[in-house]
Design a protein around this ligand. Structure first.
Ligand code: DSN
Length: 415
């Protein structure tokens, strides 16, 4: 007897509800993006049915011939897109990719030097509540209190004092250019491995809009669903000499069967990143972020580090005596979706925060430009300054709906 489950009405309704939410709100969480209808369709493919433990040409299951071709395609495209010597396209997530990089190169108890989560790092960069903070001895670095940017001289000093076995670069809430060449010089001087986690900026890096760590770092990890605009998952790039260790750390070290349907979708997106359209999109993300930042500055807001070089902005709410929690909730009521975020040296914790974090990958992917960024800054301004005024939030909600209707995400999505 066949088992042939259908999508039931309850789930269908929920899917429609989520499509409606995405279409009618301004999604400004800088780690999110919107997949094209074609890649969404590709993600729901029959490779979901296939076990392919191992790597192309070296599997533990029969019937992997086509899976081999798909994974090899994704690997070659990843290498070509970033100019890397080796790529592993199997990690299910960015956290898993970072875990594999640590396991491949480090021993338990080794010292890693990484940006503190509260300063803009990531959970897997040594947070106490994460495996990385439990397994390794962590030296956390911060931005400079005055400039709110990385001070490379201070970093060299810290690395000399603490002698890390690995330096982790990359961030989730750092609005400025990361100079991976400077980081590499520091890693070289103290004899540390260099792991660059470029999850947030992978699209910018692939497009040449942000400097690449690939020529320098021993290992580079990134998720494929942020600025890269691909399916959820991750990729690890590394120097050829670490290929074996990285591959073994991913499988069988951490994962069993790869998600072949996701790898197919990764291949599709990685095949696009060398196109002028992708480069134009990434440039526009940065131009839009700058336009949004400039307008907020003009309206008197304090932005961490004074602005942005990339896809995201961190806004300090302390001058208004407001918290990220309150403001993020008020903005969501008005249809503007972003996240509360700690700011450097935040006196408040991660569940309240003194800041909000937002960015332009989805707005730009919808086709919005600098004029719309000015309009959005105006809407944000009115909500932030009137966070408890229901009438103003309702008015902005209506304006958001009208703006979103002019820039639909999906016009041809079949559920
Ligand atoms: N949670 C992601 C972010 O929002 O930046 C990073 O994994």
């Amino acid at each position: 007897m066949r088992f042939n489950p259908q999508v039931d009405p309850v789930l269908k309704d929920l899917l429609h509800e989520e499509i409606e939410r995405q279409q009618t709100t301004l999604s400004m969480i800088p780690s999110e993006n919107c997949l094209s209808s074609a890649v969404i369709k590709l993600l729901g493919n029959v490779f979901n049915n296939k076990y392919a433990e191992g790597y192309p040409g070296n599997r533990y299951y029969q019937g992997c011939g086509v899976a081999d071709k798909v994974e090899s395609l994704a690997i070659e495209r990843a290498k070509a897109a970033f100019g890397a010597e080796h790529a592993n396209v199997q990690p299910h997530s960015g956290s898993g990719a970072n875990m594999a990089a640590y396991f491949a190169l480090l021993n338990d108890g080794d010292t890693i030097m990484a940006m503190d989560l509260k300063q803009g790092g990531h959970l897997t960069h040594g947070s106490k509540v994460n495996f990385s903070g439990k397994v390794y001895n962590v030296v956390h670095y911060s931005v400079d209190p005055k400039t709110e940017q990385i001070d490379y001289d201070q970093m060299l000093q810290l690395a000399r004092e603490t002698k890390p076995r690995m330096i982790v670069t990359g961030a989730t809430a750092y609005p400025r250019t990361i100079h991976f060449d400077k980081w590499q010089a520091i890693a070289d001087e103290v004899g540390a491995y260099h792991l660059a986690d470029i999850s947030h900026i992978a699209g910018l890096v692939a497009a040449g809009v942000h400097p690449s760590p690939v020529p320098y770092a021993d290992v580079v990890t990134f998720t494929t669903h942020k600025t890269l605009a691909g399916p959820r998952g991750a990729v690890i790039l590394c120097k050829a000499k670490y290929a074996d260790a990285i591959d073994k750390a991913v499988f069988p070290g951490l994962q069993g069967g790869p998600l072949m349907h996701v790898i197919a979708a990764k291949a599709a997106v990685l095949g696009e990143v060398t196109t002028p359209a992708f480069r134009g999109y990434q440039q526009a993300i940065v131009e839009n972020a700058r336009a949004l930042a400039d307008e907020l500055l003009r309206r008197g807001y304090r932005l961490i580090s004074g602005g942005t070089d990339n896809h995201l902005i961190l806004l300090d709410l302390r001058p208004l005596d407001l918290t990220g929690k309150v403001v993020a909730a008020a903005l969501e009521e008005a249809g503007i979706v972003l996240n509360m975020n700690t700011i450097p040296f935040d006196p408040k914790g991660p569940k309240t925060t003194s800041g909000i974090r937002f960015g332009t990958p989805i707005l730009t992917n919808r086709g919005m430009g600098p004029a719309e960024m000015v309009q959005i800054a105006d809407m944000m301004d009115r909500v932030i300054k009137n966070y408890d005024n229901a009438a103003i939030k309702a008015q902005v909600r209506q304006e958001v709906k009208e703006l979103c209707a002019r820039y639909p995400i999906y016009t041809d999505l079949q559920i």
